[in-house]
Design a protein around this ligand. Structure first.
Ligand SMILES: [Zn+2]
Ligand SMILES: [Zn+2]
Length: 164
């Protein structure tokens, strides 16, 4: 059982969908790519990457919408069937085993600030990045930035996938 301090609850705007992340995420991306800007209607997207089996649906269900993505391989965005707010997505790269939870849908989004800013080459010019948080023009290697525990969790995920 995850303790209260390491779980994170969230949901959509109409509150039909409620979910819980049962541990800290693997890593939190603040993505400044033009695709995220368009999909959110704002300057960037904030995504907490976490194993799919560490996200519990507490209430309601989600509708999965196939959506084009920057990679060309598509993404599956899980939305509330009523208010249509996006709560997480799965990208082709990481597959169904990793969810990208929309940090802004958490009840306490301030608990998960970005671990890295990505695609800063296309960030809005008025967005000033804080010192102390890694920032890359495009993408990065997990092995260079992720904490050891997250790399071990990722390795476990890949091992399980290979064994399946
Ligand atoms: Zn809703
Ligand atoms: Zn993006």
């Amino acid at each position: 059982m995850a303790s209260e301090s390491t779980s994170y609850d969230g949901g959509c705007t109409c509150r039909a969908v409620r979910y819980r992340m049962t541990s800290r995420p693997l890593f939190v991306h603040c993505c400044h790519c033009r695709w995220c800007q368009r999909e959110t209607g704002t300057a960037f997207a904030l995504n907490a990457m976490i194993e799919a089996d560490r996200v519990e649906l507490l209430q309601g269900k989600v509708t999965v919408v196939d959506t084009p993505s920057k990679s060309g391989k598509g993404q599956k965005i899980a939305r509330c069937p009523t208010c249509r707010i996006a709560v997480w997505s799965n990208y082709a790269g990481a597959g169904d085993r990793v969810r990208f939870v929309r940090v802004g849908t958490l009840d306490e989004p301030e608990r998960l600030p970005p671990d890295v800013h990505i695609f800063t080459a296309s960030k809005q010019p008025w967005v000033v990045l804080p010192g102390g948080t890694p920032a890359v023009a495009e993408y990065y290697k997990a092995s260079e930035l992720w904490p050891k525990e997250s790399l071990e969790r990722r390795a476990a995920l890949l091992a399980r996938a290979a064994g399946a």
